[in-house]
Design a protein around this ligand. Sequence first.
Ligand SMILES: [Zn+2]
Length: 611
Amino acid sequence: MSQSKSGIRFLIDATEGDSRRLHVGIEIQGPFTESRLIAHFPRWVPGSYFLREPIQHMTDFLATDQDGNTLESQRKDVDAVRIKVPEGASSILLTYRLLANDMSVRSNHLDRTHLHMMPPFTWFMPTSGIENNRMNMEHIVELHAPKSWSPATQYLSTGKRNGKGELTKNEGTTHCFTAPNRDEFLDGIIECNANPMDTWVVDGRTHHLKMWDSGGHDIDKGMLERFKEDMNKIIREHHALFGIPSWDNYVTVIQLTDTMRGGLEHLNSQTSMVPRQSLMPGHDDEYRDLVSLFSHEYLHQWNVKRLRPRNMLDYDLQREGHSDLLWWFEGGTSWLGDMLCVRSGAWSEEDWRKDFMRKMKRHTARHGMEFESLAESSHDAWIHLYRGHAFSRESQISYYLEGELAIMQLDVELRRRSKGDAGVCDLMAELCRRHAIEYDSAEKLGITYKDIRQALTSMKGGRRLGSLLDDLMHQRKAPDVDATMAYFGLKLVPEHPLKDGEENDGWLGVNLSTKDGRVKVTSHLSGSPVRQHVMPGDEIVAIDGIRTASLKGLKTSLKGKAGQQVELMSSHEGIIQSHKVQPLPSPQHGVKLDGKGNSKWNSYIATRQSS
Ligand SMILES: [Zn+2]
């Protein structure tokens, strides 16, 4: 075993797609330092803050020595296994099968058409029984897959061979890779399918695009070309801000689905999953979303993967790792990702405005900013983000959305004080120079709140902005979007302002669902006049004695009833109840940007690419 090699081979076999089960192996060469080898299965995936316990998908665990003798093993705690190491053992092989049935960007998915592999969802990590530093050396990864498939991954390819797989003896191709250390091993997803890989160069950096459709639908060639052109624009706009990266080879995996959506970032790759309409001609809203998602995940190469919270430099995947800064990493990436879409020309100004209205509708419909600050929301991601319920948004916020609006407010203040010379995008680039992985200029890797504050207050125009940053992060108060937009000469107005003399229909302030002629409340909006009367899950049976059987019927019953008392009959837990309620005029939230915008606006959305 050479100095830099770990002596560990991580194996998977994806040749039994119809079973939805992967065959997995980990071959650990000696020397063993103890009579017990302990290995832990990661419990979460970086970028998705929730203990998902992927070990739950494991069956058929077996440990054998170099001669194929079965070794005694025991499960330990919720996430580990303990193996007895025989005297003189030169190598131990752990094998098991793993159900890969979860079609999401953060997990394993295997079927007869593809494999999406996520390392923390796949392999145990030896944690005791071998020299500790071996985990941080170069690992070997081998994927055995059907012959017609080819892999896309940020792992370094070292070749392939045809023949029988080591774990299944099935015919196929074994693709061999290396990962230089623990961090890059855990980060290296693989998408493997029969679609060709598209490879091209932007600003001297190589890009790979691998597509997959969950139902095998043909992808529109014209739309794909359009998307690639927009990718190029976005990539160049990132380069114009951060400089051309010192690293090369970036893999974009796009998964097209029926309805599922999501994205996950990696050091040199992303998986972005969108409904397949996104790449069908004529679906402008869906396409705009795909472009935004690509830009967001691409930006994460810097903000979150290379510029990390300091306590996440070396992820501990066995327990929760808290950060009060997730609002910076996700809100900042949402804000700047979309700014780079419009600056690059991949989005038109109209695209930006439409998407901003979508965000403002969410922001004004309900948010819990009187109950939760950005810091609190970030800290509690582990217990809130993936555990939403009907009342969540009353007392919780989305640190993505509210973080984005807060950063826009900070950005505008910095622009105002620097006379347009500096913005938060420049702050992010500066933080990378000071603290990001793979930056020669970095003094100390990883950031804390203090580092952001220090970099901000040392920028032109930022000297007195420390307390604004403190307030935005710690106060339980919504960002001032009206003032932010006023700087650009823009005003927020209602989407559908009432015309003179127009009658305002009654508004109940609830989200509704309909099924089999029943209209049910799913959640309340801010200011709902029926908040104390009808609960999520209740059916609205009738208004003033008229049966409610559809959303349209309910709307008709409430026509012209704003400010008037009506009798609302509901069914709560199967029991009919009657309430006297007063529907309100529907709120006229300012969600749409009005006005052309001033010269500051024009320079805000202008490209920084030199032509
Ligand atoms: Zn993100």
